[in-house]
Design a binder for this molecule. Sequence first.
Ligand code: SAM
Length: 180
Amino acid sequence: MAVAESCKFVYGIDISFRAALIARRVLLGQPEPLNSYRYYREGLAYEERSLSIIPQRNVEILVASGLDLPSLLNFLKFVHCANVVDTVNQPWTLLKQSLGTLKVGGHLLLTDPYFWSPERTPIESWIGVESGQTTAIALREQLEQTCKIVAEIDGVLWVLRVYDRYFTLWFSDCILTQKK
Ligand SMILES: C[S@@+](CC[C@H](N)C(=O)[O-])C[C@H]1O[C@@H](n2cnc3c(N)ncnc32)[C@H](O)[C@@H]1O
């Protein structure tokens, strides 16, 4: 939503139909508004919480893969790849596709905690494994070949709530690059 306020038009993409449907209901109020959600407390206890979000007119959500982005996405000014790098089976393809949609001078914001898992990504495709580097270093070296790193903050705190008494704390890497 914050991105929609500063851009002419925003496309959100997820490969999951369910995630895309929820995003459409929340952000666009389509096919029907989502006015509340079930907030998990503990055990069998839930709480119904209300949601009131003004529908956005300059947003569309697509069910698509970041590994093969739709051709309508081209010459973009800004792409945010939010916590997807370590969930796909071909992370370099995701980055190549994301950079491919940008116009020269456009920005790519990458955020990720690099929580690799062989169930999602074959080990040989984990960024940095081949060169024996950490993902953060290998990724920067690769990005610098086609982009300028404009800003970077590693270790951004990210709190995920499981239930009332169980939270996880992540340290995400954030890199803002500009396509040369
Ligand atoms: C860790 S979640 C991040 C969700 C959200 N971007 C955020 O930051 O809160 C990873 C998301 O990536 C989506 N995903 C996995 N593979 C994908 C792909 N090939 N293309 C697009 N989205 C994908 C999943 O469905 C899931 O919603």
